[in-house]
Design a protein around this ligand. Structure first.
Ligand code: F6P
Length: 497
């Protein structure tokens, strides 16, 4: 396999953002794109035409176009697990047989939603969605972002095995009116199974006659769900080739489809499909996921940045940073190539972030004056979601824009403690509005950007073996079947006196 040669990137002459703007009046246009209701602006990054050309050559050497075709064509792009990565097929962009299978699963999902709406499972008002990682973060984000005014069903997403999380949801809900949704691709995840068992016990103890009658499962392992006790008519399968952190488009998105309505779910898929088509067809210099990945790679490879931060200036997107953490770090936090060779270049930076303007009063000190260079991404929505928009939304967006400008401009002062070095990069994403279609496009953009990063880094973004060892050791600790190091042995003794 080809290995990335970063020398053309290392050879790029360092230039300040100020000088780049002075040298090129067309910089904003050259480094902006408009796709599916989202305006992207990378002009406040250090990307230049030379950098884009150099990255385009690396992309060519690493076979980006062929790998993109393989991704959409349903080939076994996930080489370590010998299977395709078919999340795009869920939104209609993939191999015809994969798209047809996804449509079939979606028809089942829609029929079950119709039945629930018709009260075939009783007078359901509450949805207790139990899942973790990719089986929680996506649906939670969708419902939280789009469901503020959707009052048909109240949804709680419980992921943590800490009983406090489950109790908080059970305290709010009436067991007789609760739909218990168990979301697990593998249907073996210990946290999810324990939470599901406790929720089922809560329903039984409250006198629900047939608690299993109010349970549905979202899984790529339907046999295991049936074995657990879910009636097979209420198992909503999805394909094994859809990765957990890429699964919100599949039946894992069920709580969003139920709470927001089927039309909204379809809009979400259509928005994502529009981004997919843009990614497939647009040349590199105007391709949003590709340009975003080039900027990411510039900062990790040329400037040694170890983190990247996303700040959503919209309460509706407050869960976006956590969702991105799994997407980006579980996908690209690797240290071997797709061929298993050790990498000698940095892979994914640490993804972190928060919500503006809150974060300005907490972590922005480091962004403006700290010793770490952190590329920042601002995400804002032009159309307000609140009724106080005149005063509040204007302030919110002005703050977003001012922060990007301040990071770049800096400010000289006689007193060094009060000086801002400036020349700190940021990219800005402005959504026309936050609806299902635009959110679908935004999330597909992040997925495809993660993929482009992986291809240029020479790694496989679709496995996650790094999460297994800790799980194995927890299981071994439970059964007493493992001799731990002295520190852990001591801690176990203290935790379980
Ligand atoms: O432990 C990590 C992980 O495997 C994620 O990749 C996945 O999204 C999550 O656990 C949940 O897995 P499952 O959907 O199989 O319960």
């Amino acid at each position: 396999m080809a290995l990335p040669d970063w020398s053309p990137i290392h050879a790029l002459a360092p230039q300040t953002l100020k000088s780049l703007f002075e040298a090129d009046a067309g910089r904003v246009d050259a480094l902006s794109a408009d796709v599916a209701g989202i305006h992207f602006d990378w002009s406040k990054t250090h990307l230049t035409a030379d950098a884009v050309a150099a990255f385009s050559s690396i992309a060519e050497a690493m076979g980006l176009a062929a790998k993109r075709d393989a991704l959409f064509g349903g080939q076994a792009i996930n080489v370590t697990e010998s299977r395709p990565a078919e999340h795009s097929a869920e939104r209609g962009e993939g191999a015809p047989e994969s798209v047809a299978r996804a449509r079939g699963f979606q028809a089942r999902m829609r029929a079950l939603i119709d039945a629930i709406e018709a009260e075939a499972l009783g007078p359901i008002r509450h949805v207790l969605h139990i899942g973790i990682g990719g089986s929680a973060l996506g649906p939670d984000l969708l419902v939280d972002a789009l469901g503020r005014y959707a009052d048909r069903y109240e949804v709680a997403v419980v992921s943590n095995v800490d009983g406090l999380a489950l109790e908080a949801a059970m305290d709010r809900f009436d067991p007789a009116a609760t739909l218990l949704v168990i979301a697990s691709k593998t249907f073996t995840t210990t946290e999810t199974i324990l939470n599901a068992e406790s929720a089922l016990a809560w329903m039984s103890e409250a006198g629900v006659g047939d608690p299993y009658g109010q349970v549905i499962a979202l899984t790529a392992a339907p046999d295991k769900a049936v074995e657990w006790g879910v009636d097979e008519t209420r198992v909503l399968p999805f394909a094994e080739s859809v990765g957990g952190r890429y699964s919100l488009w599949s039946s894992i998105g069920f709580p969003a489809a139920l709470a927001l309505g089927w039309d909204a779910f379809e809009e979400l898929l259509e928005g994502a499909a529009e981004m997919d088509r843009h990614f497939r067809l647009m040349e590199a210099s105007q391709n949003a996921p590709v340009l975003a990945a080039f900027a990411d790679l510039y900062y990790t490879q040329a400037r040694g940045c170890e983190t990247r931060a996303t700040f959503a200036y919209d309460e509706r997107l407050r869960l976006l940073p956590s969702y991105l953490q799994q997407l980006e770090m579980e996908s690209n936090g690797k240290s071997v190539t797709s061929d298993g060779e050790p990498v000698t270049w940095p892979t994914a930076p640490i993804t972190w972030g928060g919500v503006g303007t809150d974060a300005q009063h907490a972590v922005f000190q480091l962004l403006h004056q700290g010793t770490h260079l952190v590329p920042v991404e601002f995400v804002g929505v032009i159309e307000a979601g609140d009724s106080l928009a005149e005063a509040h939304h204007r302030q919110l967006l002005l703050n977003l824009l001012a922060q990007g400008a301040a990071l770049m401009a800096g400010k000289g002062q006689d007193d060094p403690a009060r000086a801002y070095p400036g020349d700190r990069p940021s990219s800005t994403l402005l959504l026309d509005r936050l609806d299902a279609r635009t959110l679908g496009a935004l999330l597909a953009f992040y997925e495809q950007r993660t993929f482009v990063n992986a291809v240029l880094l020479g790694i496989n973004p679709f496995d996650q073996f790094g999460v297994e060892l800790g799980k194995e050791m927890a299981r071994a600790a439970e059964s007493g079947g493992l001799e731990f190091d002295p520190s852990t042995t001591d801690l176990i003794r203290r935790a379980f006196p």
